[in-house]
Design a protein around this ligand. Structure first.
Ligand code: U5P
Length: 221
């Protein structure tokens, strides 16, 4: 089984080493059980801080966010026994590193998107069965999770996720691509790649999604 794991930078950062180690353990365990994996790590609060202090150009802000995500990715890769200790900067490098059979751990790639888009591109490149998105919410809701009428969705379409995000003021801005960026949903849709949304604060949710198929929300066509 081939999977891409996208982990929010909120959970992979120098601010919480025990959690980084827990993720590393689970990735090694899945690798040793025969799963073929790529991992993408977000920029978290480090990226947001750098973005805040970068010059007023969206691409420059994205650019510094990319580097922050790469640094978090490198941190994780150093803790994962079966990972390549090099963070790819392009599709070219991703393909090269993937041919090693080890776990490739990526951060950002290019401006105009978030690490979510990177995870879907990697999923296409390796023909993955699914993407697990370990994020800051446990599921996708009909409205923003903290609003009173919000209902949890166990399954939702790519188009519906887009509608939900748009109705809550979705922005494609550096450091503020909420939950999914637009590109990630486009790529998931064109290649029909299911995305399992789970709460990333507990790494065992990732294992559960991959091994048992249990997740907060499954996004499909
Ligand atoms: N970013 C990009 N391109 C990428 C990945 C990330 O421009 O391929 C930038 C965005 O500004 C993003 C930030 O908000 O780095 C941190 O990534 P993320 O944690 O939002 O996914």
């Amino acid at each position: 089984k081939k999977v891409v794991i996208k982990i929010s930078g909120k959970f992979i950062s120098p601010l919480d080493e025990p959690l980084v180690k827990e993720y590393a353990k689970i990735i090694d365990e899945l690798y040793e059980r025969g799963y073929n994996m790529a991992v993408v790590v977000g920029g978290g609060s480090t990226a947001r801080k750098y973005i805040e202090h970068a010059p007023e150009s969206k691409s420059l802000k994205d650019f510094i966010g990319i580097e922050a995500a790469r640094l978090n990715a490198l941190l994780l890769s150093l803790h994962v026994k079966n990972a390549i200790k090099k963070v790819p900067k392009s599709v070219n490098e991703v393909l090269e590193l993937m041919s090693s059979g080890k776990v490739v751990i990526a951060g950002g790639m290019q401006p105009g998107q978030s690490t979510n888009a990177v995870s879907l591109v990697l999923a296409e490149l390796m023909n993955a069965d699914m993407v697990v998105n370990a994020t800051t919410v446990d599921a996708i809701y009909t409205e923003p999770p903290n609003s009173p009428g919000a209902k949890k969705l166990s399954k939702v379409s790519y188009d519906e996720v887009k509608r939900i995000l748009e109705s809550s003021g979705w922005k494609q801005e550096p450091g503020r691509y909420e939950l999914f960026d637009a590109l990630s949903l486009e790529i998931a849709k064109r290649s029909n790649i299911p995305i399992a949304v789970v709460y990333g604060g507990d790494p065992s949710n990732v294992r559960r999604a991959i091994v048992e198929g249990i997740c907060g929300t499954l996004v499909t066509s």
